[in-house]
Write a new protein. Structure first.
Length: 74
């Protein structure tokens, strides 16, 4: 995978906390940051999916069970 360099300004306290975490856990800083960015993007996608789901129609469980020919006991 090709890589590119990015930069960002962060508070010194946050930088110290990240460095301490990486050192204590044997994590390479680049890997930590890349995973954090990927996790955040996934969270944002999940939020968008939830927004879409909120507008989908719903049905009562009894209707679904009846459709599946189940007696309602689980």
């Amino acid at each position: 995978m090709a890589t590119v360099q990015i930069s960002a300004r962060i508070g010194i306290g946050l930088k110290k906390a990240i460095d301490a975490y990486c050192q204590a856990n044997g994590v390479v800083l680049n890997h930590f940051i890349q995973e954090a960015l990927l996790d955040r993007l996934e969270e944002l996608e999940d939020i968008e999916d939830l927004k879409k789901l909120r507008h989908e129609p719903t049905r009562p469980l009894s209707e679904v069970l009846a459709e599946l020919d189940l007696d309602g006991t689980v």
